[in-house]
Design a protein around this ligand. Structure first.
Ligand SMILES: Nc1ncnc2c1ncn2[C@@H]1O[C@H](COP(=O)(O)OP(=O)(O)OP(=O)(O)O)[C@@H](O)[C@H]1O
Length: 305
């Protein structure tokens, strides 16, 4: 199974929210969709989930199943979508019934999901008594009731405690092990680094780059060497990389890691200089985004340079 998104365009009145977006999402991937506020992430996810129907282009699921796209997709919206005055289990029943589950099957599936989301002890408690993290977990549970092959998650960790965030990450890893494909929108780069195999960067309604996380890091981001404690740096370093002050030391951004390390160690031995720390700093996805757009993506608050 592969999900093909082909030249998808969407306008809200005069506002062009998506400008010819094309993506291929392979089976079993955890696929990150990253971009700042207003980039078009939610619009694209709603189109994939068949919530928005008036758009141009094509979304096709290529597989052998005869289930509809709707049956195969679970959608976790950005906003909590639960009935606050009902219990956790009643909310799960409600969403299960929307997907034609009934009787014993509905009940046993709701119990299974309650276990998966870690809320079995709170099954009969009303949602309004839940913490933000518990509501988020239940929100995800509702999308899992019909055992979707593809789970779409729109910023599922916004405003939750670290424990619930860890819980959600564990759930995602387990779902992926069971063969579920995850599409995960976020503006937290570190979440993509932790969870996703592939990522697409979206900005102003356009995909600006996509690919495997490791490949993008190699292509667009340069590693650095951090050195601390030396009285002075060896002069040759200037020819090997860019040197900046960083946390009481120096950061040498370079494509010649070995040469930089050797030069520093040689200087340390020959000049009997001090050395408190010497380490390689792996590039981050944030660096890739900066290379591509010229600006940072932090909590969605950024301006173009
Ligand atoms: N129902 C709507 N009517 C009009 N404009 C809309 C509507 N929904 C979204 N937009 C606009 O379309 C653009 C893309 O919005 P979208 O919600 O898809 O972005 P996003 O990347 O999900 O942002 P966020 O991270 O803030 O949720 C934005 O400019 C937004 O203001």
């Amino acid at each position: 199974m592969v999900l093909h998104i082909n030249q998808v365009k969407k306008e809200y009145g005069n506002k062009e929210a998506l400008k010819s977006v094309s993506l291929v999402i392979p089976k079993g991937a955890c696929y990150g969709l990253v971009g700042p506020n207003g980039a078009g992430k939610s619009t694209l996810l709603k189109i994939i989930a068949s919530i928005i129907l008036d758009y141009e282009g094509k979304v096709r699921l290529i597989n052998l199943s005869n289930q509809s796209l709707k049956q195969q997709i679970g959608y976790v919206p950005q906003e909590i979508c639960l009935e606050q005055n009902l219990s956790a289990i009643s909310n799960l029943y409600f969403f299960g019934k929307l997907y034609d589950l009934k009787g014993k099957e509905l009940k046993s599936r709701a119990m299974e999901v309650l276990k998966e989301i870690g809320l079995i002890d709170r099954a009969k408690d009303k949602v309004k008594q839940f913490s933000g993290g518990m509501k988020r977990r239940l929100n995800i549970g509702c999308a899992l009731m019909h055992r979707p092959n593809i789970l779409i998650m729109d910023e599922p960790t916004v405003g939750i405690d670290p424990q619930s965030r860890r819980y959600i990450f564990e759930m995602i890893k387990q779902l992926q092990q069971q063969g579920c494909t995850i599409i995960y929108a976020t503006h937290y780069m570190e979440e993509v680094e932790q969870l996703c195999d592939e990522v697409a960067f979206i900005d102003h309604g356009e995909i600006i780059e996509q690919g495997r996380v490791e490949a993008l890091l190699q292509r667009y981001a340069t590693p650095s060497v951090f050195v601390k404690g030396m009285k002075e740096l060896p002069e040759q370093l200037i020819t090997l990389g860019d040197i900046t002050r960083h946390k009481d030391g120096y950061l040498i951004t370079t494509n010649q890691l070995i040469a930089v390390m050797e030069t520093i160690l040689q200087h340390y031995q020959e000049e009997s200089d001090k050395l408190l720390r010497l380490e390689i700093v792996r590039p981050r996805l944030e660096d890739v985004f900066i290379t591509l757009t010229g600006s940072e993506l932090r909590d969605g608050q950024r301006g173009h340079v």
